[in-house]
Write a protein that binds this ligand. Structure first.
Ligand code: 5RP
Length: 221
């Protein structure tokens, strides 16, 4: 199977986790696009969606799925999203699609994060994928220097990209993230950091992994 076929497989499998009659949290990315297309087939059975990006909102709306303002929603049972890397505890690196801040906000509304990914995303230690960090533009160089001094990481500005929130992104290479929870907490304290793409506090509870043998379900509870 191709990577696209694996993404389509897990996108459809995620429908099993949608709770009928409720609002669904929807992530961002090519795997989530497959989920959105599958969700359209049951759109009359959900109360709508909360979206994590302009791109996902447009795709949901194109399917006739109601997108709700997150300020009007107090809680949702599930948030379904992809990942750039996921480890064996459900901790993730996210933000390859530049939507990490809104993704973390919607994940925070949800009881459970359901990750959908192809098997290339499963790793022992997070950090081979460059860590995305959304920063306030005036702090970009300062935060980049801090990555070098604190972790030996090399941060580069993602060229030509402005997030949905009007900020810029750093991609940090050369990290081996042994303790995702501690590193997320530390980087969150740095002035100018809006969101770090480590999802440890908001880790996945389930990962639907697309493999050659079919969908493998990893549970992290
Ligand atoms: C977007 C994300 C995506 O979930 C992540 O980049 C995975 O994307 P894809 O499904 O296209 O591989 O974090 O900000």
């Amino acid at each position: 199977m191709t990577q696209d076929e694996l993404k389509a497989l897990v996108g459809r499998a995620a429908l099993d986790y949608v709770v009928p009659g409720t609002v669904v949290g929807v992530g961002t990315g090519s795997t989530v696009n497959c989920f959105i297309d599958a969700l359209a087939t049951i759109k009359d059975r959900i109360a709508g969606a909360v979206s994590s990006s302009v791109a996902s909102t447009l795709r949901l709306q194109a399917h006739g799925i109601t997108v709700l303002d997150s300020n009007t929603v107090q809680a949702i049972p599930v948030y379904i999203d992809g990942a750039d890397e996921i480890d064996h505890r459900g901790c993730m690196i996210k933000g390859g699609g530049a939507a990490l801040t809104r993704e973390k906000i919607v994940a925070d509304l949800a009881d459970r994060f359901i990750c959908i990914a192809d098997e290339s995303k499963l790793v022992d230690v997070l950090g081979r994928f460059p860590l995305p960090v959304e920063v306030i533009p005036m702090a970009a160089a300062q935060v980049a220097r801090r990555f070098a001094s604190a972790y030996g990481g090399q941060a580069t500005l993602r060229a030509g990209v402005t997030t949905d929130n009007g900020n810029v992104l750093l991609d940090v290479r050369g990290l081996a993230i042994a303790d995702p929870l501690a590193m997320e907490a530390e980087i969150n304290q740095w002035p100018g950091v809006v969101t770090v793409g480590i999802f440890a506090r908001h880790r996945a509870r389930v990962c639907l992994l697309g493999t050659e043998q079919g969908v493998k379900t990893l549970s992290f509870d």
